[in-house]
Design a protein around this ligand. Structure first.
Ligand code: NAI
Length: 258
């Protein structure tokens, strides 16, 4: 049995993943703003440092895997916080945990991306570049040029940035070369508090109108099964992949890209 850290463990897909891993007999260190093992605010530098330190202490410096599920959806007016949690709350934590992941010799990481990375047209490339360069203010500014699309563009740009970061890091000596399998899971519309907030807000029509060919939304437990699979022996030969689980939305928009 292994030791896994799961961010966003108090709700939705992070919670379902943590529960599934615990039920399988693993030790899970949950991180969230509330109701879990390590309570930390990943939108702040101090919160991220505390999350890194506490996890390493609890895990004794060895991690079999990490699931980065904490994230904020496209909430208007919260663009900077979205960027802090969705970009720094993934990259800083993974960089901090990398030695502990390398220590086990065969570890797995699942970063939560989103199908919004490929199904949102017109996301400013300069916003993604700024997020990757660590300039969140500039990234938010670039993503917010069209005021009405500021939150969806910021959200999609943060998810593109972490996906690109993960794929670039995945193949290097520090990650694949150190026995760490780093991959991205890109869900589509999944019934969680994050999606419910969107369905109750000004974006409701846009979200409801998004095509999901299979019909209806996914559920958190289905996604947790994918997480467990991506942490298992099945992923020993999987590095830098993006696994889309979205009821067909991405294929609907992009089937011609192959
Ligand atoms: P959720 O809202 O149910 O859970 C997200 C968790 O992240 C919450 O427990 C929340 O407290 C935590 N979190 C947010 N800000 C935090 C902060 N500053 N510090 C610490 N924890 C914080 O959301 P859900 O849907 O389970 O989302 C999981 C991941 O999947 C997110 O990264 C999200 O962007 C992504 N995603 C969700 C989709 C959906 O339709 N639900 C679609 C595509 C991607």
């Amino acid at each position: 049995m292994g030791t896994y850290v799961v961010t966003g463990a108090a709700s939705g897909m992070g919670r379902a993943s943590a529960e599934r891993l615990r039920a399988a007999g693993h030790t899970v260190i949950g991180i969230d703003r509330r109701d879990t093992d390590v309570v930390a605010d990943l939108s702040t530098t101090a919160g991220r440092s505390a999350a890194i330190r506490n996890t390493l202490d609890r895990a004794g410096g060895r991690l079999d895997g990490a699931v980065l599920a904490a994230g904020l959806g496209p909430i208007a007016g919260k663009e900077k916080v979205i960027a802090e949690v969705n970009v720094r709350g993934v990259i800083e934590l993974l960089v901090g945990w990398r030695p502990a992941l390398a220590a086990t010799g065969n570890s797995k990481v699942v970063v939560f991306g989103s199908n919004s990375t490929t199904a949102t047209p017109g996301v400013p490339k300069s916003a993604v570049r700024s997020f990757l360069a660590g300039d969140l203010d500039k990234g938010v500014k670039r993503a917010s040029r069209i005021r009405a699309a500021a939150a969806p563009f910021t959200y999609a740009a943060t998810k593109i940035a972490v996906t690109r970061w993960a794929r670039r890091a995945a193949v290097t000596d520090d990650w694949a070369g150190s026995g760490i399998r780093l991959n991205v899971l890109a869900p589509g519309a999944v019934s969680t508090p994050l999606l419910e907030t969107q369905l109750a807000g000004p974006q409701a029509k846009r979200v409801e109108g998004f095509p999901v060919p299979i019909g209806g939304f996914g559920d958190a437990e289905q996604i947790a099964e994918w997480v467990e699979f991506m942490l298992s022996r099945a992923a020993d030969f999987m590095v830098g992949s993006v696994v889309t689980v979205d009821g067909g939305t991405e294929a609907y928009f992009r089937s011609g890209d192959w």
